[in-house]
Design a protein around this ligand. Structure first.
Ligand code: SF4
Length: 89
């Protein structure tokens, strides 16, 4: 396979998971599709500006787009409280 045939755009973003660190990540996108979550190139790690190294949870962001349980529209409760019944808003 000729990997040079693919154009990959690297889009920096910060982790959206709620651990409080906000690590730097890079979305690698080719032809409009996310193909990989990467880490940014290394930079100097100092006391004043420590480098945050993303954990496995952060690097698994790509899977959040494809899991069947992902909510793709807002829902509201449609049955008795605790019944797990919802309807699209
Ligand atoms: S990559 Fe991991 S450590 Fe970094 S902000 Fe996300 S969840 Fe927290």
């Amino acid at each position: 396979m000729d990997v040079t045939a693919y154009s990959v755009e690297r889009i920096p973003f910060t982790c959206t998971l709620d651990c409080g660190s906000r690590c730097e990540l890079v979305a690698c996108v080719s032809e409009g599709a996310l193909i990989r979550i990467d880490t940014p190139p290394g930079r100097i790690d100092t006391i004043e500006r420590p480098r945050l190294v993303p954990c496995a949870r952060g690097r698994a962001h790509g899977r959040l787009q494809t899991v069947p349980e992902r909510l793709i529209q807002p829902l509201r409760g449609a049955g008795p409280r605790g019944s797990d019944q919802f309807e699209a808003v």
